[in-house]
Write a protein that binds this ligand. Structure first.
Ligand SMILES: CC(C)(COP(=O)(O)OP(=O)(O)OC[C@H]1O[C@@H](n2cnc3c(N)ncnc32)[C@H](O)[C@@H]1OP(=O)(O)O)[C@@H](O)C(=O)NCCC(=O)NCCS
Length: 153
């Protein structure tokens, strides 16, 4: 999948976990190891947004995981979503999540949930997620539970 952005064409592609570590370290997990439990699980889906120059400017991970708040047959969790500050607002975050949701539907998933940092709640709402919890604390600060229900394949 490709999306036109001011920074040029951004392509979303599946990558191995290690390819997502530099951006995770820089944007999401300063002072913590970039690895997250489950990165190597067989169904973990790692996506990267790559510029035409070859640089990875966005990353996300989707993996099957029961939703803590809503009953679903086949829930997946979105974690580790980050875009490079240089491309914020240009559509890379939306393109990563859209591609992930399409792939999760194709794999039979019917819901995606995430622990959304409060600063990112507006982003998730913009792309179709809904808040389903009060604030709760999770490193590095307050989060809200958010979900999006998906069409059954
Ligand atoms: C949240 C994040 C991934 C968004 O990435 P992005 O590449 O800027 O997102 P997009 O450009 O695709 O934004 C899609 C839409 O959401 C809007 N948006 C982006 N970030 C937003 C925010 N924090 N609050 C409200 N709206 C936001 C954009 O303006 C855009 O609006 P549009 O529909 O009018 O075009 C990015 O800001 C980021 O990496 N933040 C730091 C790490 C983080 O918080 N990750 C999420 C952890 S839960």
């Amino acid at each position: 999948m490709s999306t036109e952005a001011h920074a040029g064409t951004i392509t979303i592609e599946q990558v191995d976990a290690a390819a997502t570590f530099p951006l995770r370290s820089r944007v999401l997990r300063q002072g913590r190891p970039p690895e997250m439990p489950g990165d190597d699980a067989p169904y973990a889906l790692h996506l990267a947004a790559r510029t035409s120059a070859g640089d990875i400017v966005g990353v996300a991970r989707f993996h099957p995981q029961d939703c803590p708040w809503l009953a679903a047959e086949a829930a997946w969790q979105l974690r580790g979503l980050a875009t490079d500050p240089d491309v914020r607002g240009l559509g890379a975050g939306r393109a990563l999540v859209a591609e992930g949701l399409t792939r999760v539907v194709a794999l039979g998933g019917d819901l995606v949930w995430c622990d959304a940092r409060v600063a990112a709640v507006g982003f998730y709402e913009r792309i179709g997620f809904s808040v389903v919890t009060q604030d709760y604390d999770l490193t590095p600060g307050p989060h809200r539970g958010m979900v999006i229900e998906l069409p059954i394949r």
